[in-house]
Design a binder for this molecule. Structure first.
Ligand code: SF4
Length: 361
């Protein structure tokens, strides 16, 4: 049975028209699901009994089963979901003082096999369809808490200072999978997440992350959307990048940076580069100097992310001093840079870790 969350607003209106129902019911149904968080047709009290029955006979809603939930001391929550076809996917909610970010998967597994990423280790199974993606977001929206809990707070039981948030404020497509490799489903879901009728999360609060699939970056630059694009770079050296990210053999750095430059020129938008820092591989001062050279004059910012270790992996995060030196070098070159704090280290929050352990079991 099809999940109703896979329908855009216009598609739902078309279904209702086929059933001889007025199209304003589409607004009521969207409002129940996306605004009020109701995922049972029987509770949609302003719809007639007949329409509710018809909906129940033809659609499911939010057909996603929670298999496991892990909660970190820092407030990060990791959800492992079982899909109808018995595949597993992960999503993570990450609270900070002012945000509650949902990190969403776009595929079951991933084709791109980055060597530091647990998601690549099980290979690619399938694209998520629009409803799978929307259901992750809805589940997080309805079940995450924005309470930021620090280890200190857990020691001093009851003494709490974090800010409470309800619902999701930001969405990042940085979970399992390459979002631009599942372009149509991801963009359809993004439009529902962004629309007034849907979750109404501002376009600038939605980020799509890519490992550097150049044709898809070009296509994305033609979309009339203000969605943020983030490119995972992880090295400014072709040899190192090929080792870390096999996609670099198809789309090497020079071509990727050119595509990024063209994207910035065309969209007049700033681009973000993600840089996972790996000790002894890409986090030395020399790596920062190389990175500054290729990013100079680009309207961009860089997120430095100390590696979140994977048990099965061979990589480690750099020392704090090395990470700070790296950041200083970029700042000296006039590049806007943030050094991220690792989150959810006590709950395997890095992309694909929980799913990998579960699959092995
Ligand atoms: S980092 Fe992203 S693109 Fe690379 S294997 Fe993991 S999920 Fe795929």
């Amino acid at each position: 049975m099809q999940d109703i969350t896979g329908l855009s607003f216009d598609e739902l209106k078309q279904v209702l028209a086929k059933w001889g129902q007025p199209h304003f019911h589409a607004q009521q149904i969207f409002s129940w699901i996306y605004k009020k968080g109701i995922i049972e047709f029987d509770k949609m009290s302003d719809l007639s009994k007949d329409l509710r029955k018809h909906l129940k006979e033809n659609f499911s809603i939010c057909d996603l089963e929670l298999e496991q939930l892990q909660k970190s001391l820092d407030g990060t929550q990791k959800f492992l979901f079982r899909l109808k076809d018995e595949n597993f996917i992960e999503a993570v909610s990450i609270p900070t003082k002012k945000r509650l970010t949902g990190c969403i998967s776009s595929q079951v597994g991933c084709k791109f096999a980055c060597s530091f990423c647990a998601s690549g280790l099980l290979g690619f199974k399938r694209n998520l369809n629009c409803s799978d993606i929307i259901n992750e977001v809805l589940y997080l929206k309805n079940n995450s808490s924005g309470r930021l809990v620090t280890p200190l707070e857990t020691i001093e039981q009851g003494k709490r200072t974090g800010v409470s948030l309800t619902g999701l404020t930001h969405i990042v497509f940085m979970g399992t999978g390459e979002p631009l490799d599942n372009y149509d489903n991801v963009l359809k879901a993004v439009r529902i997440i962004n629309s007034d009728y849907g979750l109404n999360i501002g376009a600038r609060r939605i980020t799509i992350s890519t490992c550097g699939v150049i044709p898809a970056i070009k296509r994305f630059s033609t979309e009339a959307l203000q969605i943020e694009l983030s490119v995972s770079l992880h090295s400014a050296d072709d040899k190192i990048r090929c080792r870390l990210m096999p996609v670099n053999k198809i789309y090497p750095l020079k071509e990727l940076i050119l595509a990024c430059r063209q994207y910035i020129e065309k969209t007049k938008r700033q681009l973000t580069f993600e840089y996972v820092m790996l000790k002894g591989i890409n986090s030395h001062l020399q790596d920062a100097i190389k990175l500054s050279k290729i990013l100079r004059e680009l309207k961009c910012k860089v997120n430095l992310i100390p590696f979140n270790p994977v048990k099965e992996g061979q990589f480690h995060p750099p020392d704090k001093e090395e990470a700070l030196l790296f950041k200083e070098q970029l700042l000296k070159s006039g590049i806007n840079v943030t050094l991220r704090k690792p989150r959810g280290q006590d709950i395997e929050a890095a992309c694909g870790q929980l799913r990998l352990r579960y699959a092995k079991k």
